[in-house]
Write a protein that binds this ligand. Structure first.
Ligand code: RIB
Length: 297
């Protein structure tokens, strides 16, 4: 059983600001750092740090070749990653004093995955392998369709949220990993229980993981309803917390952990990521996550 993450690779340019810049305003940044990132890359590293064999597929430009080193050092297999002639996707990230962020995303080479390339990669995977997807690359609907045709179990993190996702057929999705904002956009509901009710009405076989920030997370499928509180930490930078949660959860599910254990591991890992700066560099090792859980019990 293998995990294939067909996902984005970004260069994150991170600016510390006292508050997010407003219309017409110029603010001086108190700090600047350049990090490896992208929801795809972050989730691959999280799943690998959690202990799973992860293959990453996606496209970088020449300026993003260092992202491959980051993946490899993070224990991710990069044989399927391609290089194109254009600019690597990048994110301009403001982080404020409360550790919250806001992001401008330039998709760049993340939107250059052609159908032949997708087919070539998918040829090496079959059910019950897992296909992990986010919404930072082109061809998402095509990947959902082809993944289902191959009998792959699909985890979709519909992030970042955008209009086209609202009407998208998600019946190929085994696990839907989303936050409250994404849940509201997809279902039109704002209460966590109503969001999960609505998703299960539309897709009765779906397993829904709804993250609630500092309020923790909820797991729902047709037979199980679980709640997991967040582990309290001092927030330094929330960037990639959701990606850490996603990667850890899918790795634990692939390992055969019960849903409650997978939720707990994912919540602890995400809390540790929030207490550190950066995206991929903030993702903890499995041993650190287990220590956190043990210390909390
Ligand atoms: O989820 C965090 C990620 O979102 C960042 O690494 C940035 O690249 C954006 O894609």
């Amino acid at each position: 059983m293998k995990i294939l993450n067909f996902g984005s690779l970004n260069i994150d340019k991170v600016y510390r600001v006292a508050h997010f810049v407003r219309a017409g305003e110029t603010v001086a940044s108190a700090g600047y750092q350049c990090f490896p990132g992208g929801k795809g890359l972050n989730q691959s590293i999280a799943a690998a740090r959690a202990g799973q064999k992860v293959f990453h597929a996606g496209t970088v430009g020449e300026d993003g070749l260092f992202l491959l080193d980051t993946l490899r050092k993070g224990g991710v297999d990069t044989r399927y990653v391609r290089t194109s002639g254009s600019i690597t996707g990048h994110a301009l990230i403001q982080v404020d004093d409360a550790g919250e962020n806001c992001i401008i995303l330039y998709p760049g080479s993340n939107f250059e995955n052609e159908e032949e390339y997708v087919d070539e990669v998918l040829r090496d995977f079959e059910g019950p392998d897992i296909l992990l997807l986010q919404n930072e690359i082109n061809g998402l609907e095509q990947l959902l369709r082809k993944g289902r045709e191959k009998g792959l179990r699909i985890m979709l993190n519909p992030s970042p949220m955008e209009e086209r996702l609202k009407g998208m057929d998600l019946s190929a999705v085994t696990w839907l990993m989303l936050n409250e904002t994404e849940g509201r956009e997809i279902t039109g509901e704002s209460e966590p229980d109503r969001i999960t009710d609505c998703l299960l009405q539309r897709y009765p076989d779906m397993r829904v993981v709804l993250t609630l920030g500092e309020k923790g997370a909820v797991y729902r499928d047709r037979g199980e309803y679980l709640r997991q509180p967040a582990f309290p930490v001092r927030a330094v930078d929330t960037t990639a917390a959701g990606d850490t949660f996603t990667g850890y959860f899918i790795a634990a599910a692939a390992e055969g952990k019960k849903n409650g254990e997978a939720l707990k591991l994912a919540a602890a890992a995400a809390s540790l990521a929030v207490s550190r700066q950066g995206a991929a560099v903030s993702i903890p090792e499995r041993a650190q996550v287990e220590d956190m859980i043990q210390n909390a019990e």
